[in-house]
Design a protein around this ligand. Structure first.
Ligand code: CA
Length: 235
């Protein structure tokens, strides 16, 4: 089964280049020129990845991204954002809204194809070439999150977590395979407690990793993405 990708891009030249590069790699590409059309596509079919531009004739790709994250069937859909050169604000906002990766225009088709494959692999989609993954348990499947009791177990063993660590790990699990910015993690685990800083997140991730390692020394579950945040890796 080949991976299905939805491309939202209004520049026909860029769209053609992107589609060509990805189809050559065995992916099936559906192309939308408008936010409105992409929204309909997402409602009517299942996709493995969304590549979206920010500036579109009928709105912003960021609005679509927000809706994608807030809608159950697409909440975990991997998203790669194409941001215009110099639009730092779009990139930051996009990552905060839950984009998994971004490329700044102009980019090479080869770079794009590599990023797309990495995202598909991270989402458990085989080797990124459209071949299904071996039926190994993904990391997320090894955890059990008892949301009522606020307890998480790994491989059947309860993790001794503080309240903050529970909220952090629970948030990472729900968005497994995605990079979460420190701000997003702060909001998830600390709410509007203004005493907390990025450093607070780093400290808690450190203790969380130590506790995970106690139960499973062979594997590192949480990866650091410099300048972007943290991710619970699926493989
Ligand atoms: Ca555009």
């Amino acid at each position: 089964m080949s991976a299905k990708l939805l491309l939202l891009e209004d520049d026909p030249a860029i769209a053609r280049t992107v589609a060509y590069a990805l189809e050559r790699d065995g992916l099936t590409v559906t192309h939308s020129l408008l936010v409105h059309d992409a929204r309909q596509q997402l409602q009517s079919a299942r996709f493995d990845l969304l590549v979206l531009d920010v500036g579109l004739p009928d709105g912003s790709g960021l609005d679509l991204l927000r809706d994608v994250r807030n809608t159950a069937p697409t909440a975990a859909l991997p998203v790669l954002m194409l941001s215009a050169h110099g639009e730092e604000i779009d990139r930051v906002l996009g990552l905060e809204l839950g984009a998994d990766d971004y490329l700044t225009k102009p980019f090479s088709p080869r770079e794009l194809a590599a990023r797309v494959k990495a995202l598909l692999r991270r989402a458990g989609h085989g080797n990124g070439n459209g071949h299904p993954a071996a039926p190994a348990a993904t990391a997320a499947a090894l955890f059990h999150d008892d949301e009522t009791g606020q307890r998480i177990s790994l491989r059947g063993q309860a993790l001794p977590l503080t309240r903050r660590e529970y909220r952090l790990l629970s948030h990472l699990l729900r968005g497994a395979g995605r990079i979460h910015s420190r701000d997003a993690l702060l909001a998830a685990a600390w709410g509007d407690d203004s005493e907390s800083t990025d450093r607070t997140v780093d400290t808690h991730i450190k203790t969380l990793r130590a506790k995970l390692r106690e139960l499973d020394p062979a594997r590192e579950y949480i990866s650091t993405h410099r300048g972007m945040g943290y991710c619970l890796d699926l493989q």
